[in-house]
Design a protein around this ligand. Structure first.
Ligand code: SF4
Length: 685
């Protein structure tokens, strides 16, 4: 059986005509009134499908993502195109190959061996669609597009994803030589565009294609303000969201595994490094809402809402659960296949619900979701909620549905949230929500609570950082504190404000503005210490990073809970400080200079030990370690001895028991070794 035939078989097997017609009441009515047996019905369906296929023209599409866990956009488009093949008047049949080239282990562009394999797989495709997000766009996607345009010059490349929908990036993306760019939601117009590709510049055809930029003129007109991006967009309605079905099949799906493009299996999927996600290959990743009801000033959604008037929409609960049910079935099939191949099935599945704010759904919707989900899917799940919409009652409903991981975006204290981020949420509400989770825990309903915070915000001064620490101290235990380094992108409202106020207010540098070190995953700030160390907020924000991880009766993340225990804290240990300094000294090629460097470090470390022992001998046993570290005299010492402070921070990163490489990395175990490390050729302290 050729690949194409296999594709066809898989289309028929996995998204059937029945699926398509599920919501079509008229057709259902006809079927209900005809006494046709199931077998006859299937035979008729197959015959009809065969006849239809004979009249159809084939279009072969490759859909590529390089975002490790977020393959949902390519699955959504694949499902849509497969559905299109079954429309009664459809003149085409789509054959789709999906590629997930996401991985966390390697920095830099894809190696040539990987490009060779990809080119081989793409050469029979008619179109190449790439879904890209900002965090690895420059490093992975830009070189990939250049390679593909060079190696396969006649294959149209269509770019989508948040880099393309972020208006500020539009021109830069277009200049890569791509052939079309989706600046809204692709589903509605993609089939028409592909089917009319040769005529796409014809004004009559072009005016029917919303959501896509097709020529230089479109970019120019948007740039000059002649038309707004919004005029080109046409978002999905809730009804359409219900009708479109995601392709969760594992056939014709390829992943990057040990530098080989292999057939996808759950075991081969890119690992999650974020500790709020389970270290489990059998995760179902899904979102059934689009957009977000808020407009935080640092966020990409805010950019879009301002420019695109995008609103929060949800599938019906029935359609959402129906999709989840299919996804679970497809995962089960793939796990069975693993067993046939001599692999194990892996751990029990877990759902990662990626809605931007699940609690933005009404209480009634959540109850409906709970009832259907428990009946048809019944897997433990993770979800994200905003404190603005989350209530104790919603927490209880979600817990009843199976939520075991709850991620809440706190970001900062009430005042800073309003002043800098356009977020209106009360600190008291945060405390109340943590109390609800804690009370449920006392009743045996365990929810792991992850609270996101934003650090290294150049607009915040020390006192504002201290206010956030005060809030953290009032939150009910236990919870995980997850600091994220502020990222503004190129077009967010806060980026504009930053550019305006930067010089006048002498604002600190942003991590993302470095040109040499490369991209960040927002949790690897240690790689950027040489860029950030002169920032006014460097020390206090880095101390906040020390708190990454679980807060409970013994710990504040990587810090011991009480300052007394800092006396024996590994990161203050003389031997550990010396061995980290030795690692840096090895970067110095001149032996004499290296020896002198080490002598200087030994003196600094010895002086620091005296300072810290003296300070710690004067504290009472109830003093929290964080309060001790942000006292004026201790902070001042670190400010004046910045290199010593960086030495401490790097000890924390290097010691395996602390896992500080990523501030949101698993606190319990390192899942794998990465190549991520400081690559500077000179000592950074
Ligand atoms: S709530 Fe989250 S997704 Fe929505 S605008 Fe704010 S940061 Fe963005």
């Amino acid at each position: 059986m050729s690949n194409f035939e296999k594709n066809m078989e898989s289309i028929i097997t996995n998204i059937t005509k029945e699926d398509m017609e599920m919501n079509d009441d008229n057709k259902k009515g006809v079927q209900d009134s005809e006494p046709i047996t199931k077998k006859e019905e299937i035979e008729m369906d197959k015959k009809e499908q065969r006849e239809q296929r004979e009249k159809q023209r084939a279009i072969k599409v490759a859909l590529i993502t390089a975002t490790p866990l977020l393959d949902l956009p390519i699955k959504a488009l694949s499902g849509l195109l497969k559905q299109e093949s079954f429309k009664e008047d459809s003149k085409v049949v789509y054959s789709i190959d999906k590629f997930n080239l996401g991985e966390n282990k390697h920095r830099g562009e894809f190696k040539q061996e990987i490009i060779e394999q990809l080119v081989e797989k793409l050469k029979d495709r008619d179109f190449i669609g790439i879904s890209a997000v900002g965090f690895n766009f420059d490093e992975k996607i830009v070189p990939l597009i250049k390679e593909l345009k060079n190696r396969l010059p006649n294959k149209p490349v269509i770019l989508g994803g948040d880099v393309a929908t972020d208006g500020a990036n539009m021109e830069r993306c277009w200049q890569l030589g791509i052939d079309a760019m989706c600046i809204g939601e692709a589903e509605k117009d993609l089939p028409f565009l592909l089917e009319n590709w040769e005529k796409r510049h014809d004004p009559e055809v072009k005016k029917k294609i919303k959501n896509f930029i097709l020529e230089d003129d479109d970019v120019e007109k948007i740039k000059n303000g002649e038309i707004s991006a919004r005029q080109l967009q046409n978002f999905l309605t809730k009804k359409e969201m219900d009708e479109y079905k995601t392709d969760f099949t594992w056939d014709d799906y390829y992943v990057l595994k040990d530098e080989k493009i292999s057939e996808a299996l759950p075991k081969y999927m890119p690992e999650a490094i974020q500790h709020q996600l389970p270290q489990n290959e059998n995760v179902l990743i899904y979102a059934f809402t689009r957009g977000c009801p808020y407009a935080c000033d640092y966020c990409d959604y805010a950019t879009k809402q301002e420019q695109l008037d995008q609103t929060f929409r949800s599938k019906s609960m029935e359609a959402a659960v129906e999709e989840l049910k299919r996804q679970k079935i497809e995962l089960e099939k793939a796990r069975e296949k693993q067993v046939e191949l001599g692999l194990d099935k892996g751990p029990d599945p877990f759902l990662v619900l990626m809605n931007s704010d699940t609690s933005a759904l009404s209480t009634e919707q959540l109850k409906e979701f709970r009832d259907l989900y428990k009946r048809d899917v019944d897997l433990p799940f993770y979800c994200m909620c905003s404190p603005s919409s989350l209530t104790p009652e919603k927490i209880r409903i979600l817990a009843d549905a199976g939520m075991v991981h709850l991620n809440v975006g706190v970001q900062t204290n009430q005042e800073s949230n309003e002043k800098f981020f356009n977020r209106r949420q009360k600190d008291d509400k945060i405390i109340e929500l943590t109390r609800t989770v804690s009370e449920l825990g006392e009743k045996g309903i365990d929810i792991k609570l992850f609270c996101d915070f934003i650090i290294h915000n150049p607009f915040e001064n020390k006192d504002q950082s201290r206010k956030t620490i005060e809030l953290i101290k009032k939150m009910e235990l236990p919870f995980d504190y997850i600091p994220h380094t502020l990222f503004l992108g190129s077009g967010s409202p806060l980026r504009k404000r930053y550019e305006k106020e930067r010089e006048e207010n002498d604002l600190d540098k942003l991590l993302e503005d470095n040109k040499e070190i490369g991209y960040s995953n927002y949790h690897d700030t240690y790689r950027f210490y040489s860029w950030l160390k002169d920032n006014k907020g460097f020390v206090i924000n880095t101390i906040c990073e020390f708190m990454a991880g679980q807060h409970n009766s013994e710990k504040l993340g990587r810090l011991p809970r009480y300052a007394n225990n800092l006396k024996s804290w590994d990161a203050f240990g003389e031997d550990n400080l010396l061995s980290t300094a030795q690692k840096e000294a090895k970067k110095i090629s001149d032996k004499k200079q290296a020896e002198s460097y080490m002598r200087e470090k030994e003196e600094q470390i010895s002086e620091f030990r005296k300072f810290i022992d003296e300070k710690l001998s004067a504290i009472d046993e109830k003093t929290l370690s964080i309060d001790f570290l942000i006292k004026d005299d201790v902070l001042d010492y670190f400010e004046d001895h910045k290199n010593l402070f960086i030495n401490i921070a790097l000890v924390l990163k290097n010691l395996p028991q602390y896992h500080q490489r990523f501030s949101n990395e698993s606190a319990e175990k390192r899942t794998y070794e990465t190549e991520f490390d400081d690559s500077s050729s000179n000592p950074i302290f």
